[in-house]
Ligand binder design. Structure first.
Ligand SMILES: [Fe+2]
Length: 317
């Protein structure tokens, strides 16, 4: 796929509105009630390895809502060869589900064929940039569509890094034509942990390349923040979202909630706070939003849902 075609395709990607990360605890509710929500994002790995019930449910949901496929193990930053079997399965699922786009993270997720199930950080150097860009080119060619790359949450910086992350993403988008998924919560978490300014980070990004945003909750431990996805979005993240919304002119926006997942209605209520921040001229609102540390215990940030799903009975009426 030529870069010009990638760029044109990227420009044509729609603002899908306000969406929710599809989680198994909400399957029955969605199938039964077809609730009002603009779109869903699905974790690709939860569906690409199964042809049974998960795939059937996804097909039902994809018939009713726009879908985006979001991956957690492409390992675009790894020095190992890209996993052809993974890419093949990803492409097959995409042909079936017809997602609006496919995304993954700027990270590496394993070594010697072992998946760590963690989004591990990269030393941000010229060498890494060249390496990652070559791999994005390969994936875009294989999938015949732009790849959308998300900024991860990080907890440390490499001494070897020579390029600030926002600048790295900007260069990466320019060199490959790939799109960006700006996780506003990850930006806040990473910047807090590394002592960077999240406002400068968001201002540095190439706003025309951002096709989607993520919102999520985190736990502030005082000296550091853990990206838990298990509670409401904090005031600081909402205000950064307002900035990102203004600078990008608005993009598809999605709420991720992976631990202590509340009812579907409560997730929607949290998601719809985004409307107030979009419309606010100052980025401030009258809304009562999460400050920090209301829940002290930590939950597992990533909820892999295939196993519990396989034992559930789903009623689609
Ligand atoms: Fe995210």
């Amino acid at each position: 796929m030529k870069q010009q075609t990638i760029t044109e395709t990227l420009k044509s990607l729609p603002n899908l509105g306000l969406g929710l990360g599809l989680r198994h605890t909400h399957f029955q509710h969605i199938l039964k009630h077809s609730p009002a929500v603009d779109w869903f994002e699905v974790i690709s790995e939860n569906f690409m390895y199964s042809h049974g019930k998960p795939r059937y449910i996804l097909q039902q949901i994809a018939e009713r809502y726009p879908i985006v496929m979001h991956g957690v193990s492409m390992s675009i930053g790894s020095t190992e060869k890209l996993n052809d079997d993974y890419l093949k399965k990803l492409k097959i699922l995409a042909e079936e589900v017809k997602p609006k786009w496919i995304s993954d993270h700027l990270c590496w997720t394993g070594v010697l064929g072992t998946n760590t199930h963690d989004l591990l950080p990269l030393p941000l150097t010229e060498e890494t940039l060249k390496h990652v860009c070559n791999r994005i080119d390969y994936v875009q060619e294989y999938l015949n569509r732009p790849l959308i790359i998300e900024n991860p949450s990080t907890y440390l910086d490499f001494n070897q890094s020579t390029i600030p992350e926002a600048e790295f993403l900007k260069l990466m988008a320019k060199q490959t034509g790939c799109g960006l998924l700006l996780d506003v919560n990850n930006t806040y978490v990473s910047c807090f942990n590394s002592g960077e300014d999240p406002i400068e980070y968001i201002k540095t990004l190439p706003h025309e390349s951002i096709v989607q945003m993520h919102l999520a909750g985190h736990q502030n431990c005082g000296t550091h923040i853990i990206d838990t996805h298990d509670r409401k979005v904090t005031k600081e993240v909402w205000e950064l979202f307002h900035l990102a919304w203004t600078l990008t002119g608005g993009t598809a926006t999605l709420l991720e909630w992976d631990g202590n997942i509340p009812s579907f209605e409560d997730c929607i209520k949290e998601l719809h706070k985004a409307k107030d921040y979009m419309l606010s001229p100052t980025g401030k609102t009258e809304l009562i939003v999460e400050t920090a540390n209301e829940i002290e215990e930590l939950s597992t940030p990533i909820d892999f849902m295939v196993s519990p799903l396989m034992s559930e009975t789903i009623h689609s009426s």
